[in-house]
Design a protein around this ligand. Structure first.
Ligand SMILES: Cc1cc2nc3c(=O)[nH]c(=O)nc-3n(C[C@H](O)[C@H](O)[C@H](O)COP(=O)(O)O)c2cc1C
Length: 342
């Protein structure tokens, strides 16, 4: 029951609207989610990953400045279908007013929640104090996040990294401070800002964040999950509320299904070349419906090498796919590849 006392407490703390469910209530006991990836987790690819069992979906990040300037391309990136729920729209920025105004606009689109990116290490983002650039100034990260939490009615989450560099990894304390100002979920990539994507993700501090008895919000771990075995090992070892998969899900949307089958000790889906081709073509057609044929053929170029990773003698087909301009052309190349490589 939602007692009066609880309602008053919510109003006082302004933690979340009582009319919106909490993130916790939207998640299964354990979530296997699709990590946000710029120009990868497009509306069409998110739908495909969802169809293979991704429990939680994040859009790729969009700039708060672009949203408040009504940049159409940014709104296209975060357009979503009902089937993708629970879904979070991810925003980034470094200016308080722009972040709040963008969050208010995103709220009107009715995603399940808003995720703030405090993790991107790319120079064009972090160099301006957005993404993981903010990890040099945690009080500002808390202030900007609080401004968003206080101004929207839907829940807010944060995706971030362990800290700025090797000598500064305050994630356990940062997660607590973020919880105290009202975020409802934290996703942690086990690297620092200066590490970019180098070295190996360190999950021990992600585990410690989860173990903190003062932390009650869900904690998702992220970084370098690249096999079903590693997924199961890390799920068991760190007892997190969820794991996000990024790069290994590119061209491998059935990874979500494989992980779930393995958890249930069921035989794991091992697609034939024909099945991989069918999945890839489904992706291409969906992309064409959304983006038009020409753009779809361009967008798909970064996916082909991943869909057909490990296929012997793929190289000549890859070279043709990378310059293909029509669906018919792609279909012909793939059909020839199947005939030759099977
Ligand atoms: C191409 C690419 C684009 C990315 N774009 C985003 C993004 O928009 N937002 C975000 O929070 N993280 C982004 N990331 C980081 C991933 O979500 C994830 O944290 C990181 O890749 C580590 O997880 P993985 O080892 O499973 O890939 C991106 C990563 C890649 C490789």
């Amino acid at each position: 029951m939602f007692g009066l006392h609880r309602l008053e407490q919510i109003k006082e703390n302004n933690l979340f609207s009582p009319y919106n469910p909490m993130i916790k209530d939207l998640l299964p006991e354990f979530s296997l989610g699709l990590s946000p990836m710029d120009e990868i987790t497009t509306p069409e690819y998110r739908q495909i990953c969802k169809s293979y069992g991704a429990d939680v979906i994040f859009t790729e990040f969009v700039s708060s400045d672009a949203l408040i300037r009504d940049v159409e391309k940014s709104y296209k990136k975060i357009a979503f279908s009902q089937e993708e729920r629970p879904l979070a729209v991810q925003i980034f920025g470094n200016d308080e007013k722009a972040l709040v105004d963008a969050a208010l606009r995103v709220e009107e689109l009715k995603p399940d929640w808003i995720d703030i990116n405090w993790g991107c290490p790319m120079k064009r983002i972090a160099g301006k104090g957005a993404g993981s650039g903010i990890l040099q100034d945690i009080p500002r990260m808390i202030k900007l996040t609080k401004a968003v939490v206080d101004n929207v009615k839907i829940p807010v989450s944060v995706k971030t990294r362990l800290g700025y560099d090797e000598s500064d990894k305050p994630i356990v304390e940062t997660a607590e401070r973020l919880q105290d100002i009202g975020i409802q979920l934290i996703s942690i990539h086990g690297r620092t800002k200066t590490q970019m994507y180098r070295g190996q993700a360190d999950w021990t501090l992600i585990g410690k964040t989860k173990e903190n008895p003062r932390l009650s919000i869900p904690v998702f771990g992220n970084g370098d999950i690249d096999s079903v075995e590693k997924f199961i090992e890390y799920k068991e070892r760190y007892s997190l509320d969820g794991i996000l998969v990024g790069r290994h899900a590119i061209g491998n949307p059935y990874f979500f299904l494989q992980c779930k089958q393995a958890l249930k000790n069921e035989p794991v889906f091992n697609p034939s070349l024909q099945e991989k081709t069918e999945i890839c073509l489904r992706h291409l057609h969906l992309s064409a419906q959304i983006n038009g044929e020409e753009r779809a053929c361009t967008v798909m170029r970064k996916f082909y090498p991943r869909y057909f990773l490990g296929v012997r003698n793929f190289k000549p087909y890859k070279l043709k796919l990378l310059v293909s301009k029509t669906i018919e052309e792609v279909e012909q190349i793939l059909s020839q590849m199947q005939a030759d490589c099977n």
